[in-house]
Write a protein that binds this ligand. Structure first.
Ligand code: ADP
Ligand code: MG
Ligand code: ZN
Length: 488
């Protein structure tokens, strides 16, 4: 019996490249392939020459351990690799070295989870497993795959280390899927194993079904935004089929991000098609507790823990803390910045957060940069906030400085050049006020009958200070000093 609840069921398989590794998974070729001349970072191992023997990259095992610990997976301390056989030009050996959690095999880590926010509730997304595998080569086409007259193969990517993260089918909407990916990216950034902002460093296979019906799998989606779009499209397509009395079939589909539709590729391949068997050219791997404990001890504080600490130490709201810790670079910047000034307290902590999440983030989005790619230093933002707090500049003036600050101009210079320092020094202002009163007997005479003449006097003060006089203080001082001149 099919349930007709029509709920959405989503499970993701996320492939990430460990971009912070220097070398490939089974050879010592450089893994820094972006922007390099094709087929220059290769050797007999990653080209799949007969007789070549792979050697495991120890650092890759350490990175996988970091991620497994960060996601709280159960690590399988003894495992070996498997061959996943299929024939395609991106795979010179005719098989991909991967892990397999059946036939006596084990994934690198089982279970684990990521916590996300869904409709203002916290929700735990359970993972099924994570495993290590090698990246195939990169196929390059002229224009689209369908119309290209040829296919080029770049083996620089062949053998790059991938980790696949497989969720349980517990994601219930495209929005939740996006949220999951953002949080996963954050955890990965904290572990230091990869920079997922690099082009091509993440590929997602999205499995989706309507409750009670078979699922489709949309392969190889390159960005989180596109995952959300592809899922939305699939939900509409599958619901539409069901509405018209047809059944979705279990199949593999391709997301065309130009046309923003999914296209049926093939009926799903089944595991037996891959003829998995143990990779005999690599020895089984044993992780001992000392190794795992050492990796654990070196792990930085993870975003969830940091979020709680931000609430406790800086009295930020849960909401502010959550957003602030998501990008480690922003969170590091924050903590460095607020500690520059010994007299900063809760009010400045909140202001600093607001500046980072508001004007600074907006600038970063507009310029498509991360905070490390700008010239802004944490101390300079602390200086800016100090000057606002001291009344030296107004918040409005400060906002007009953001672009120059991001480009590396010092706050002191910006203030000097713009002349936009707020003049609030009462002694200085008073002498200007008295000068103006001295010089303008006609306006003072007018003021006796017409209180609005005061505005003209404020204008004169503004002119003398190039617009920097604090208008409220100026007004107050003019009124207070007026009596001396009215009597004349
Ligand atoms: P397979 O080995 O056939 O690919 P897995 O059990 O490895 O299947 O699951 C692959 C992905 O499919 C996982 O992310 C899982 O959460 C997801 N998945 C499983 N069942 C469903 C379903 N009914 N609807 C949507 N996704 C599903
Ligand atoms: Mg699968
Ligand atoms: Zn190589």
């Amino acid at each position: 019996m099919k349930s007709k609840k029509n709920g959405v069921v989503i499970g993701l398989e996320v492939h990430i490249q460990l971009t912070n590794l220097n070398t490939k998974l089974f050879c010592s070729c450089s893994s820094d392939y972006r922007g390099k001349e094709p087929n220059t970072l290769v050797c007999p191992i990653c080209l799949g020459f007969p007789g070549s023997l792979p050697v495991i990259n120890k650092k890759a095992i350490e990175f996988a351990t970091r991620l497994a610990l960060a996601l709280e997976c159960d690590i399988n301390k003894e495992f070996w690799f498997f061959r996943k056989n299929y024939f395609y030009p991106d795979l010179p050996k005719g098989f991909q070295v991967s892990q397999y959690n059946k036939a006596g095999g084990k994934a690198f880590g089982d279970r684990g989870h990521i916590i996300i926010r869904s409709n203002s509730e916290k929700k735990e997304i359970s993972l099924n497993r994570i495993h290590l595998e090698e990246d195939p080569a990169r196929l390059v086409h002229k224009g689209s795959i369908a119309s290209s007259p040829y296919t080029l193969v770049d083996y620089n990517r062949s053998g790059i280390t991938l980790i696949e993260i497989v969720t349980e089918p517990v994601i219930r909407s495209p929005r939740e899927a996006r949220e999951f990916l953002n949080n996963l990216k954050s955890v990965i950034q904290y572990t230091g194993i990869a920079d997922l902002d690099l082009e091509g460093s993440v590929r997602v296979d999205a499995n989706i079904s309507i409750e009670g019906y078979p699922r489709s799998e949309v392969k190889n989606i390159n960005s989180f935004k596109e995952v959300e779009r592809a899922l939305k499209w699939e939900i509409r397509r599958q619901k539409n089929l069901i509405k018209h009395g047809k059944e979705p079939i279990q199949e593999t589909r391709h997301w065309d991000d130009d046309r923003r539709v999914t296209i049926g590729l093939r009926s799903k391949e089944f595991e037996k098609d891959y003829r998995y068997f143990p990779e005999q050219d690599l020895v089984p791997i044993n992780l001992d507790d000392d190794f795992i404990n050492k990796v654990k001890a070196e792990l930085p504080e993870m975003p969830n823990v940091r979020m709680n600490r931000f609430q406790k130490d800086y009295h930020l709201s849960e909401f502010d803390s959550e957003i602030l810790v998501l990008d480690k670079n922003i969170a590091d910047f924050y903590e460095e910045g607020i500690h520059f000034k010994a007299n900063f307290g809760d009010e400045e902590y909140k202001m600093y957060c607001n500046w980072l999440m508001g004007d600074i983030s907006r600038w970063l989005n507009e310029h498509n940069k991360n905070i490390l790619e700008t010239e802004l230093k944490p101390e300079e933002l602390a200086n800016l906030i100090e000057k606002i707090q001291d009344g030296e500049i107004t918040g409005k003036i400060a906002k007009s400085f953001v672009d120059k600050l991001m480009k590396g101009k010092s706050l002191a210079n910006i203030i000097k050049e713009s002349g936009k320092k707020r003049l609030a020094d009462k002694k200085k202002l008073e002498s200007i006020v008295r000068e103006v009163l001295e010089e303008n007997p006609a306006i003072i005479k007018d003021y006796k009958d017409n209180p609005r003449a005061l505005e003209a006097l404020i204008g004169k003060c503004m002119a003398k200070t190039r617009g920097t006089a604090d208008p409220e203080i100026t007004r107050e001082l003019l009124i207070r000093n007026m009596d001396d001149y009215l009597e004349n």
